[in-house]
Ligand binder design. Structure first.
Ligand SMILES: Cc1cc2nc3c(=O)[nH]c(=O)nc-3n(C[C@H](O)[C@H](O)[C@H](O)COP(=O)(O)OP(=O)(O)OC[C@H]3O[C@@H](n4cnc5c(N)ncnc54)[C@H](O)[C@@H]3O)c2cc1C
Length: 489
């Protein structure tokens, strides 16, 4: 069942007495992936119908910060003097040890510049400027930011660092500006849009080919024929408690302490529709989770410790990679320990767990085992003074002994600090968007993209800001083109 109570069980073609609507390509979900699929399918000459559950389009894409992870030598990278190549970008995407999809990473890196240029052709503006300081979202309209782990170990050891977070030109959150241009391009493409219409099952013929969609619109069932193909682009499942309990039980158990980063229709219905016709759902236990503890970037000089006073990550990593580490600590407890020189109040709403005149007093205030934090800080300081971090390989730029009183512990524990999460798992697809079953065979007539699929973003440990919208728009386009090129039935 989908959360709406409607069954995702596929409907047999022979039971369909009539179709209410039809198009060559039917797209389920009108966010970033759906819009880009629609533009490309229409450009390829297909008639396109987009079904959208909400009263308007945009989904999470319009709510987003408007970061897209792009590189390989985009116009903006070149303008600010950054030297990036598709190979360096590919090496970066493959680093981190979370089993990246090599075929997707390769094509994403190779065609990233072309995708940037295509977005510009759709009218999406980018300003040729870079925000150098560590930040979750550059507050100005400057385009580029270091939005991932590019300068941190182990990534820096395998790929030459380059800033690849491209924000659409708008101060602050810019997803709305991206959506303004994409939705205008869809309207100009001739694609038809039907709002307040939620797909909940697929129609299949006797050979297992997907030939249509069963949807619900204002209390009525709507049967939509897809003469060439269906593209599933309905987003993730962070709003679906049953799916969270099944696939992400540790997150589900703590969900009261986490803000679900999503829209009300992030209910996994597209993933269920695809699974119900045999599509493999993969990486379903992966999520993006973060607690955005910087800016200020000076906190990077601090150390992140668990309730045992032990470090567990290099603090120069992206906030999401650090937060994923915090989430995994005993009791989900973590503290950012800073000295007077490195301390600053985080932009987001964090509590101070303690401020004390010495590390020993801080350790007592945090109720840690005697000597634990004192030992960690002493060892850290010894090596930091030499510009080394043999334990976690924080880069020398951020190494400085923590030796200036007073000392503070910023509480980064789940339940005490702001945490955000969304899901990363979804249907297994080829770079073309074709949905694959458990045996790796395609399901004829079925494509998926964006958060309905498992994309280049595979885990919280390697996620970078911009990889979701980048992935959704990039692979949405490919799914749209492939769907339009499918043989009609
Ligand atoms: C506040 C916020 C900020 C973010 N910032 C960034 C960022 O800056 N960069 C980044 O890369 N990622 C960001 N993300 C994540 C990113 O926005 C999403 O992962 C990405 O936009 C997903 O794109 P999509 O096209 O797959 O889904 P969406 O854009 O969410 O679109 C899915 C659409 O499908 C509709 N739908 C769902 N089910 C059905 C159904 N059964 N039938 C019909 N329609 C359906 C939904 O209503 C929605 O309109 C952010 C997320 C949030 C919530």
């Amino acid at each position: 069942m989908t959360p709406s109570g409607r069954s995702a069980r596929p409907r047999a073609l022979e039971t369909v007495a009539h179709w209410d609507r039809e198009a060559d390509v039917v797209i389920v979900g009108y966010g970033g992936a759906g819009a880009c699929a629609a533009i490309e399918a229409a450009a390829a000459g297909a008639s396109v119908l987009v079904l959208e559950a909400a009263g308007g389009g945009g989904g999470c894409t319009a709510m987003s910060g408007g970061h897209l992870y792009l590189g390989g030598g985009t116009r903006v990278q070149r303008a600010v003097g950054l030297d990036d190549t598709p190979d360096e970008m590919f090496r970066y995407l493959m680093a981190g040890g979370d089993g990246p999809d090599e075929a997707k990473a390769r094509v994403y890196a190779d065609e990233s510049v072309a995708h940037f240029d295509w977005l510009v052709e759709q009218g999406v503006p980018f300003t040729d400027a870079i925000w150098e300081d560590r930040h979750t979202l550059q507050p100005t309209d400057a385009c580029l930011i270091w939005s991932g782990n590019e300068k941190a170990s182990p990534f820096v050891d395998v790929a030459r660092p380059a800033a690849r977070g491209h924000k659409v030109a708008l101060a602050g959150d810019a997803g709305v500006e991206l959506w303004r241009h994409l939705s205008r391009a869809v309207e100009e493409s001739g694609a038809q849009l039907q709002y307040n219409t939620a797909g909940h099952a697929l129609v299949v013929d006797t050979a297992g080919r997907v030939v249509g969609v069963v949807a619900r619109s204002e209390g009525e069932e709507v049967l939509v024929a897809a003469r060439r193909a269906v593209v599933l682009s309905g987003g993730g499942f962070i709003m679906n408690d049953e799916m969270l309990a099944n696939h992400l039980p540790r997150l589900h158990a703590k969900i009261e302490s986490v803000e679900r980063h999503g829209n009300p229709h992030d209910d996994g219905s597209g993933i269920r529709m695809g699974s119900a016709v045999g599509g493999a759902a993969i990486r379903m236990s992966e999520m993006f989770v973060t607690t955005p503890w910087y800016p200020p970037s000076s906190l990077t000089y601090g150390i992140m410790v668990n309730e045992r006073g032990q470090r567990f990550v290099n603090e120069d990593c992206y906030h999401g990679r650090v937060a994923a580490g915090c989430f995994e600590q005993p009791g989900n407890r973590a503290y950012l320990v800073a000295d007077h020189r490195s301390f600053g109040r985080p932009d987001f709403d964090f509590e101070l767990a303690a401020t004390e005149g010495s590390i020993a007093e801080l350790e007592r205030a945090l109720e840690m085992t005697e000597g634990s934090l004192v030992h960690t800080v002493a060892r850290y300081n010894d090596f930091a003074a030499k510009g080394e971090d043999p334990f976690f390989h924080k880069q020398s730029q951020w190494l400085r002994p923590l030796d200036e009183a007073p000392y503070a512990a910023i509480d980064c524990s789940l339940g005490e600090s702001p945490y955000y999460a969304f899901t990363l798992g979804g249907l297994r697809t080829r770079p073309s968007g074709e949905v694959l079953n458990e045996e790796g065979q395609t399901i004829p007539g079925l494509f998926a993209a964006g958060a309905n699929s498992s994309g280049i973003t595979r885990s919280a440990r390697t996620y970078c800001s911009g990889q979701s919208v980048g992935d959704a728009t990039f692979f949405g386009r490919r799914a749209g083109r492939s769907a339009a090129a499918s043989r009609a039935w």
